[in-house]
Write a protein that binds this ligand. Structure first.
Ligand SMILES: Cc1ncc(COP(=O)(O)O)c(C=O)c1O
Length: 350
């Protein structure tokens, strides 16, 4: 039997042979002493790509987000977040646990906040109210289905935050996808925020690693926080080399992932058990609702048995993500499997 098609996440990719060669050949040193030339090079590249003055290599996206929050929100302060954002749902209360900050969750429209919602959530300047310090944005928005927050919309949110003297952090785990999908240069999304985190391990195909970018001063402080959080790494050039390789070779191809996700969405939308608007699929993530009368858990199990692995995304929702290891042939296999399993599922149980 051929390899299963794994559409759970764009994090499941394994380094290609060429990426492994780049890793094996990387020049390394002790990065806690600031002596790893490959890490330095990656940090310079990340700063250049994002249009920020400086960057810091961190092992995970979560650590990058939490360093940014720690730096820009004081204990007892409020942090404005979107209700379905990664920092709110999937970082285990880290901003409270590590920084003493309180998330204020705001409702977005498919992941997009409005300037009005931001403005309304800022505390008045009263000594007996928690000060609002930071706005966290996410682009693309994972839980909403890879939604792009357009550059103009994001700018309006940044402007609103500035009016209230809030710092702005962008969780740009997949911000390269936002740029690719909207045909805009990356800095249109990354240069105006105070800090931005992007992931090398999501869609770009590196085994691990994320970049936190911002001012020289903030990144100097972030280096201290990273060490305190246990993220000081030694010969990290081995993995930084994978990141450099990913930036050089795996950015342009993101458009292929988006094209394939749209094709998959068009196929899924025609199948009885699923409900999905293919036009809403903008990048590499598609989330399908499972219609009443069908059992999402049973569908996932049948798909897996038939060689297609997808992920649950809350009750009655299934997520499919295209990535580096999904070529046209794998996509066709996925579509054929979905058609077969949907047919075998029979009519809905009412
Ligand atoms: C939008 C978003 N932000 C942050 C992260 C965290 O990244 P990591 O798993 O590297 O901590 C993820 C992970 O999937 C994500 O999807």
């Amino acid at each position: 039997m051929s390899q299963p098609v794994d559409l759970r996440s764009d994090t499941v990719t394994r380094p290609t042979a060429a990426m492994r060669r780049a890793m094996a050949e990387a020049e390394v040193g002790d990065d806690v002493y600031g002596e790893d030339p490959t890490v330095r090079r990656l940090e310079e590249q990340a700063a250049e790509w994002t249009g920020q003055p400086a960057a810091l290599f961190v092992p995970t996206g979560t650590m990058g987000n939490q360093c940014a929050i720690h730096l820009q929100a004081s204990p007892g302060a409020d942090v404005l977040v979107e209700r379905e954002s990664h920092v709110y749902l999937y970082e285990l209360g880290a901003m409270a646990a590590l920084s003493g900050a309180t998330p204020r969750a705001l409702d977005g429209e498919r992941g997009r906040l409005t300037p009005g919602a931001v403005s309304a959530a800022v505390s008045p300047d009263l000594y007996y109210m928690a000060p609002t310090r930071l706005l966290v944005l996410e682009n693309t928005h994972n839980h909403a289905g890879g939604v792009v927050v357009g550059a103009e919309h994001q700018n309006a949110l940044i402007d609103e935050a500035r009016r209230h003297r809030l710092a702005v952090h962008l969780d740009g785990a997949r911000v390269f996808h936002a740029a690719a999908a909207s045909g805009r240069p990356l800095p249109d999304f990354t240069s105006r925020v105070d800090t931005v985190m992007f992931c090398l391990s999501k869609g770009l195909g590196a085994p691990l690693g994320s970049m936190l970018c911002g001012s020289v001063e903030l990144m100097r402080e972030a280096r201290v926080i990273r060490k305190r959080f246990g993220g000081g790494m030694r010969q990290a050039g081995i993995v930084a080399a994978a990141g450099l390789y990913a930036l050089e070779h795996h950015v342009e191809r993101l458009a292929d992932d988006h094209r394939r996700a749209r094709k998959l969405a068009e196929a899924v939308a025609e199948l009885d058990p699923f409900e999905l608007d293919p036009a809403a699929v903008e990048t590499n993530i598609l989330i399908a609702d499972v219609r009443p009368g069908y059992d999402a858990g049973a569908l996932l199990a049948s798909l897996r048995e038939s060689g297609l692995v997808a992920g649950p995304m809350g009750p009655g929702r299934i997520r499919f993500v295209t990535h580096l290891e999904i070529d046209d042939e794998a996509l066709e296999r996925a579509i054929a499997t979905l058609r077969r399993v949907s047919r075998d599922a029979g009519p809905p149980v009412t």
